[in-house]
Design a protein around this ligand. Structure first.
Ligand code: GAR
Length: 196
């Protein structure tokens, strides 16, 4: 059984979808939800779901990323987590941290990578006039938003879309894609999943 730590910075809707999926014959279980922001709504949500939570506020560490990550690693080790799922975790991890968990960190990104790495993905898709948008689950490597793609979910861009409307449509797909990819990944499957 794989032991999953889910790292969040915000509302935690993807976290909740992942937690809800890890039941019955699923090859993984959630052992920790870890946030870097005290205000992360996902912390209360995780506690309500019965998952252990931890908070490591990045701010006291200032620019010292290594010290922040050393603190981050403590609850992960204490929980015995062997797989990390970044779910709206808005801190860039150092190469040293990524290497320590090589091949064991997944991330969900709100675009069809390699298009639109970084921020403001929906605004950029709308500005480009894209007919299709979506989300990507990928392995985290040293290069930002560039690791091997494990799955993508596509949604249409509709006439009159705003960032908020497109984001909501993409997020609904995120909540299907990420649990589906995690299940396969935890079972040792490395093939790519494309939805729909
Ligand atoms: C999600 O839409 C996720 O794709 C995005 O943050 C949101 C978090 O929402 N991630 C990134 O932008 C990563 N660069 P959630 O907290 O409700 O899951």
């Amino acid at each position: 059984m794989r032991r999953v730590a889910i790292l969040i910075s915000g509302a935690g809707s993807n976290m909740a979808a992942l937690v809800a999926s890890m039941t019955a014959d699923h090859p993984a279980r959630p052992v920790l939800v870890l946030a870097n922001r005290p205000g992360a709504g996902g912390l209360a949500r995780a506690a309500a779901l019965g998952v252990a939570t931890a908070l490591v506020d990045h701010r006291p560490f200032g620019p010292d990323r290594a010290a922040f990550e050393a603190a981050l690693a403590l609850p992960i080790a204490a929980a015995g987590a062997d797989l990390l799922c970044l779910a709206g975790f808005m801190r860039i991890l150092t190469g040293e941290f990524v290497d320590r968990f090589a091949g064991r960190i997944l991330n969900i990104h709100p675009s069809l990578l390699p298009r639109y790495p970084g921020l403001d993905t929906h605004a950029r898709a709308l500005a480009a006039g894209d007919a299709v948008a979506g989300c990507t689950v990928h392995e985290v490597t040293r290069a930002l938003d560039s690791g091997p793609i494990l799955g993508q979910g596509r949604v249409p861009v509709l006439a009159g879309d705003t960032v908020a409307r497109l984001a909501a449509r993409v997020q609904a797909m995120e909540h299907v894609l990420y649990p589906a990819v995690l299940r396969r990944f935890a079972a040792g499957e490395r093939g790519r999943l494309d939805l729909p």
